[in-house]
Design a protein around this ligand. Sequence first.
Ligand SMILES: C[S@@+](CC[C@H](N)C(=O)[O-])C[C@H]1O[C@@H](n2cnc3c(N)ncnc32)[C@H](O)[C@@H]1O
Length: 274
Amino acid sequence: MSLPHNRDQADRVVNGDVLQPARAYIMDYDGTEIARVYDKARTLAPETLRFWLDLVARDAAPAPGSLIIDLGCGTGRFSEPLAEHFDARVMGVDPSSKMLEQARGKLRGDRVVFECASASALPVADDAADLVFMSMVLHHLDDAAAVARECRRVLRKGGHVALRNSTGDTNFPKYRFFPAIGPIVAAELPPRSRIAEPFLNAGFRLSVHEIVPQVVGEDWQVYAQKTSVRADSFLSRISDADFATGMAALRAHAAEAPPGEVVTEDVDWFVFVA
Ligand SMILES: C[S@@+](CC[C@H](N)C(=O)[O-])C[C@H]1O[C@@H](n2cnc3c(N)ncnc32)[C@H](O)[C@@H]1O
């Protein structure tokens, strides 16, 4: 059985009930233009970036000079900040050459290297890393159990996996404007009660789970503008017609919403100890 990998095929799944297995919607970033617009829509405000680095420091601090793996690093939003904040070496790993091209293009120092690889086969020796950091990647993994085992292999005893991700329970503000993402989210994002399972089975201990509300738009106009560039793996796979209808509804809402009404979305934070 071939799985849908582009928008047209995914539409057939959403609209025509062709396939309903849990992994029906393969996301190939190189088959989209997301890499080009990702940072435009998803650059973290300095205080937001600082917030996440502080959480890493609190819950999973790597030793100076140690190796951090930024797994599914994408355009490197966290790669160099992690290296600088912890005075560490960072290997950013991602299978998308387009995302890595963006990441390489903004490197300033020499503490970060990027490798084109998948999370299930890391180009890293056993026990070599202090921290595996994963931001918004979990839902793209075909085999989370294999990835959890691979994380355990590359981490020294006492090292950490720090995970920031949406879950099947996330209160996405975009749901009300783009209902067509519902089946894709449901197929890809496990509920928060299931996120830990592959890591516990791989021999990790769960040390932290928190739900962190995060600002995704300083107001609805900003949120609509960011959403309009479609740098989102769920929005990239609904039909153009559904996207246009949703954007019209979102813009209408933004025009009516009180100025300065902040738009937030929960992000789950899990830390596992090897
Ligand atoms: C939403 S982006 C997140 C990027 C980055 N971590 C961030 O927070 O900005 C998801 C990334 O996961 C990557 N990805 C998809 N499948 C992967 C896999 N099997 N192993 C590692 N990364 C993967 C994608 O190529 C994409 O760059």
